[in-house]
Structure formats: structure tokens, C-alpha cells
Design a protein around this ligand. Structure first.
Ligand code: C2E
Ligand code: CA
Ligand code: CA
Ligand code: CA
Length: 278
């Protein structure tokens, strides 16, 4: 609350360091960025680990800032979460990504997409209706969309989050738990959460071959997820050795630089075409 009050004031405070001052500009600009279409979506492919077939893409947001250049999400998502702008931002991302899906569909490509959803959306009882409307507006079936949520978004208010997630699931949207194992853990919630998929955080997968505890955690998470009949996506897979090691553990899907980094839509389309020609 103290933070919010300070962000709300326009008076210069000598106590603000340069970073905070820059952060203030970012926040006041973000509303305009959403209204003026300055947010850019990049798409990172995911592939079936056994066949190598591309099975979807995660949508990752960047901000083409008029003065500061291309900003990564770490520069503005936390601020958006703190100021309530995450809801209009999520709407923007869903709207533009589903429109992209429609374009690809018209061209003969059905690419399922995964969109990151912030904590506040899971506390908003109107969120499922918004998602339903956006799917209808863009003429896409609900199963093209996976919503990625984090443990911390659930823990904020598990009861309300469960209600919202249940309605999303009833809509036919897929649900994924992101960054699993990095939050204040909540294995207990896995039993009651109506999710389809678990994403293993890259802090575990990236080091799994060099660091035995990361390897052990990855193995345990895979076992846990599979026992609960969840599909498992390993993120941050950077090399072929890790891919092979994950395949040996029975992991389902991979995402990471070994396939491709996140790409703008047009480059993603080129990447996909080249891959299908291989
Ligand atoms: P995330 O959901 O865990 O996304 C994965 C991040 O890992 C992305 O960073 C991606 O570029 C990066 N990554 C993917 N493969 C590799 C790899 O092989 N190696 C390494 N070192 N990194 C890899 P990015 O794009 O900077 O996004 C950071 C975070 O920002 C995301 O983490 C997500 O939590 C958040 N974010 C991004 N877009 C959105 C959005 O539209 N809405 C919300 N609410 N959050 C978003
Ligand atoms: Ca994610
Ligand atoms: Ca993640
Ligand atoms: Ca992560």
C-alpha cells in the first residue's frame, strides 16, 4: 500500500533513486502503451519431446517504448501487477494473440497458444466471461488457448482462484501451472486445482545435468505431475543433452533456446515454415 501511494504522487521525492524515477515514467507510460498498441508479442515454440513436432507457442510480451527502446517484461510486468494495469494488459495480449491465431488459422496453420495470466485476473470473477468473449470475437475454439498461471497467483486467494479456474476449465480453455516449484510451495493445491499441465521452471532444467539436486527435483516434479495425470512442459531447455535427458525421464513437451528463442509473429511464421520443410 505504501508503494502504491508513492507511485500515485507526481511530486518529486529526493529519496527516489534513479531506478525508481525511471520506474515511475514506465508506469505512467504503460497505460498509454496499452491504448496505443506499443506492446509487441513474441512467440516461442514448444515441441513434443518424442517426435519433435511443434505443438504450440507461448506468447511473451515486450514493450516497444518510444524513448527507451524494446523493454523486456521484467521491466514492466511487476509494475503492471502493482498498479492494476495487468488486467488491461492481459486483455491486450489475449486480444492480439487470438487475432494472430485467427490469421494463422486462415492460412492453414493451427497453432495453439499459451498466454501468461497475472494474479489479479484470477481474483476477478468476470475474467472467464472476458476470455469467452475474446474467443468468440476472434472465432477461435477454446482449446487453442492455454492460460499459464503461477502458484503465487493461486495462493493470494485460493478460494477465489479456484472458482475462476473452474469456470475457465468449464469453458474448455486449458490451464497450466507455470514456474512450478519456485513459489511458496503448494503441492496440496495441486489436488484441487483443475489444471491440465505443469511447467517445470528453467532454474531446474537448465542445471539438471550439472547439478544433481536440480536433476533430482526435475525427476520428482515429473513423477508428481504424471501421477496426477498432468502433461509436463520443461522450459528453458537450451541444449540437446538436456533434451535427451528429459526424454529419458518421460517429459512430454520442451520449450527453450534449443528450439528457438521467442520471435515476432512474422519471424515465427518463417521459422515454422522452414521447420516443416525439414
Ligand atoms: P515465463 O512465463 O517463465 O517465461 C519464460 C521466460 O524464459 C521468457 O522470458 C523466455 O524468453 C525465457 N526463455 C525461454 N527459453 C529460454 C532458454 O532456453 N533459456 C533461457 N535462459 N531463457 C529462456 P521473458 O520473455 O523475458 O519473460 C519473462 C517473464 O515475464 C515470463 O516468465 C512471464 O512471467 C512474464 N511475462 C511475459 N509476458 C507476459 C504477459 O503477457 N503477461 C504476464 N502476466 N506476464 C508475462
Ligand atoms: Ca509462462
Ligand atoms: Ca515459466
Ligand atoms: Ca520462469
Amino acid at each position: 500500500a505504501a508503494k502504491r501511494a508513492r507511485l500515485g504522487t507526481s511530486v518529486y521525492e529526493p529519496g527516489l533513486d534513479q531506478h525508481s524515477a525511471a520506474q515511475l515514467t514506465v508506469i505512467s507510460d504503460l497505460r498509454r502503451a496499452i491504448d496505443h498498441g506499443e506492446l509487441v508479442l513474441h512467440y516461442q515454440p514448444k515441441a513434443d519431446l518424442r517426435t519433435g513436432t511443434v505443438c504450440g507457442a507461448e506468447v511473451l510480451c515486450r514493450w516497444q517504448h518510444p524513448r527507451l527502446g524494446l523493454l523486456g517484461p521484467d521491466r514492466f510486468i511487476p509494475a503492471a501487477e502493482e498498479t492494476g494495469l495487468i488486467e488491461p494488459l492481459t486483455q491486450y495480449v489475449l486480444d492480439h494473440a487470438l487475432e494472430q491465431c485467427r490469421t494463422w488459422h486462415a492460412g492453414g496453420w493451427d497453432v495453439p497458444i499459451s498466454v501468461n495470466v497475472g494474479a489479479q485476473c484470477l481474483q476477478d470473477p468476470t475474467f472467464p466471461d472476458q476470455v469467452e468473449r475474446l474467443l468468440k470475437d476472434h472465432g477461435r475454439p477454446p482449446d487453442v488457448l492455454t492460460l499459464e498461471i503461477t502458484e503465487s497467483a493461486i495462493i493470494a486467494d485460493p478460494h477465489r482462484a479456484t472458482d475462476v479456474l473452474t469456470r475457465l476449465r468449464e469453458l474448455g480453455v486449458r490451464l497450466s501451472i507455470d514456474d512450478f516449484g519456485t513459489g511458496y510451495s503448494s503441492i496440496a493445491y495441486l489436488r484441487t486445482m483443475p489444471v491440465h499441465e505443469m511447467k517445470i521452471d528453467r532454474s531446474f532444467t537448465t542445471n539438471m545435468r550439472s547439478d544433481s539436486s536440480s536433476g533430482a527435483i526435475t525427476r520428482s516434479l515429473l513423477g508428481l505431475a504424471h501421477n496426477l495425470e498432468l502433461e509436463v512442459v520443461a522450459e528453458g531447455v537450451e541444449d540437446e543433452e538436456t533434451w535427451t535427458a528429459l526424454a529419458a525421464l518421460g517429459c512430454d513437451i520442451v520449450q527453450g533456446y534449443c528450439l528457438s528463442k521467442p520471435l515476432p509473429a512474422d519471424e515465427f511464421a518463417v521459422w515454422l515454415r522452414n521447420r516443416m520443410l525439414d
